[in-house]
Ligand binder design. Structure first.
Ligand code: SAH
Length: 454
């Protein structure tokens, strides 16, 4: 009896202490939506990047917090059927892709399941549809922003290592367009130390339909790039725009305000759903042009439009959604905060002879407020905010206008779910979520959501 009590006391006082550098054999029980395997050792949850559900591995503990820890895979003991060999040579170093070690179909399934889990935790009865993926999920990105550094007299340009400011050089990125890969390689070979002084980023855009290319040197000092530009345009006749953008800011915002066109124009032309699109380097444009078409078609289908409808498009960028919508409805009013993008949107309507779209340069929340005060009659509202989502005030004011439908395009499931709850409180209900894979090989996910007035 006394031995039993002693054992009980001993056990209940026993606390497990995990230490850095310890190694454990573990089985992965789940995955986070950021591609980390979840493992439980005693009461500790350990996050192991890259470990897939069901896999068994020997891991080493890297960092211990109070109730959780981080570990890294030392050796696989059993691997998942979903695991494949990553196509990229620097996949394990670069922070750009998180899913290249997973078969594409299994990537899509994971994205849907993570989304559904999160949605159903906070909203009932929402249909989460299967993710619409790409046929060829590589080389899709039309824009890259390469950080540039000088280290030990050498110029480094590439991508950031995960959670770090170290640069991983990579002359063949599997998700950038092939043209951007070529431009990157050429610049890397021909840029000089004098040009790279004070340079922070090189931004490149490649228009998928027209092939036009744009290069923006972003830095704190306007160096002489003439020699490089001459070589570039000789080698790549599709370059239509080379710009220097001055950025002396201390934060991590990439673009500064002032700029100088060094060659050609400050914009390039692209084409989207048969509309010609003028694109200033400061204007936002979807990074996956193939899936952009799928995304917009889904948004238009969800809205079930007709010729009597008046629509608002909030966060309109260069007007691509509004222009695509315009042929089905009576009128579209677009709202966007970046002046250059609004200017592009207006010109794009002119170039494409679209007469029933208007674009306004204003904060979306402010515009919604004015609309609510004027008691405007609006049938459908399209919203496509940046990652941080909408504002509670904007949601309240949009709901006051009482549109029949709201089509919410989101690139961040977290803020999307938060905003859907707010819409619900305003008497709107979410009919379905249609995810579209705009960011293949990464954990990113874009969604089209239909919200209707109850
Ligand atoms: N619908 C467009 C753009 C979506 S990205 C497309 O599909 O291409 C989001 C856009 O919202 C960007 O163009 C950004 O400049 C704009 N934006 C960001 N904050 C804003 C705000 N407070 N009010 C209006 N527009 C804003």
């Amino acid at each position: 009896m006394s031995i039993r009590i002693a054992l009980f006391i001993k056990l209940s006082y026993y606390t497990f202490v995990m230490k850095k550098n310890e190694e454990y054999v573990v089985t992965c029980i789940d995955e986070t939506n950021q591609a980390a395997g979840i493992v439980k050792i005693d009461d500790m949850v350990v996050f192991v990047p890259g470990l897939l559900k069901g896999e068994k591995a020997n891991i080493r503990i890297l960092k211990v917090q109070k109730s959780y820890a981080f570990g890294k895979i030392m050796q696989f003991l059993e691997t998942s059927q979903d695991r494949i060999e990553p196509a990229c040579k620097v996949f394990n170093k670069c922070g750009g892709c998180q899913y290249q070690h997973i078969d594409y179909k299994a990537q899509l399934k994971r994205k849907r399941d993570h989304l559904e889990n999160r949605v159903l935790k906070r909203l009932e009865d929402v249909e989460v549809r299967d993710v619409l993926g790409m046929e060829h999920p590589f080389y899709y990105r039309n824009k890259a922003q390469f950080p540039v550094q000088i280290k030990d007299g050498k110029i480094l340009m590439g991508f950031y290592r995960l959670h770090s400011n170290d640069i991983v050089c990579c002359d063949h990125c599997m998700i950038q367009s092939k043209k951007i890969n070529e431009l990157y390689k050429f610049i890397q070979e021909h840029i000089t130390l004098a040009m790279a002084q004070g340079l922070r980023h090189i931004l490149m855009r490649h228009a998928y339909k027209t092939n036009e290319c744009q290069i923006v040197f972003i830095g704190s000092k306007r160096n002489n790039f003439d020699d490089l530009i001459r070589k570039l345009i000789q080698k790549f006749p599709d370059i239509q725009s080379v710009v220097f953008n001055l950025n002396t800011r201390k934060d991590n915002v990439i673009l500064g305000k002032d700029y100088e066109v060094l060659y050609g124009r400050e914009f390039i032309y692209e084409s989207c759903l048969s509309n010609k699109v003028k694109l200033h380097f400061k204007s936002f444009y979807q990074v996956n042009p193939v899936q952009m078409k799928v995304l917009y078609e889904q948004a238009i289908k969800a809205a079930d439009l007709n010729k009597d409808m008046r629509c608002i498009e909030l966060y309109s960028g260069v007007g691509t959604i509004g222009m695509a919508v315009s042929k089905y409805v009576k009128e579209v009013i677009g709202v966007e905060i970046v002046q250059e993008a609004v200017r592009n949107a207006k010109e794009n309507c002119r170039i494409n002879q679209i007469e029933n779209c208007r674009y306004i340069c204003q904060d979306a929340t402010e515009f919604a407020r004015k609309c609510a005060q004027k008691e405007e009659q609006i049938d459908v509202v399209f919203v496509d905010p940046p990652r941080k989502g909408m504002t509670p005030q904007g949601i309240e004011d949009i709901s006051t206008i009482q549109p029949e439908k709201i089509v919410y395009i989101s690139c961040n499931p977290e803020t999307l779910i938060r905003d859907l709850i707010l819409f619900k409180e305003q008497g709107y209900s979410c009919k379905f979520i249609q995810p579209v894979d705009m960011f293949c090989q990464t954990t990113g996910l874009e969604c089209v959501v239909l919200i209707e007035r109850v």
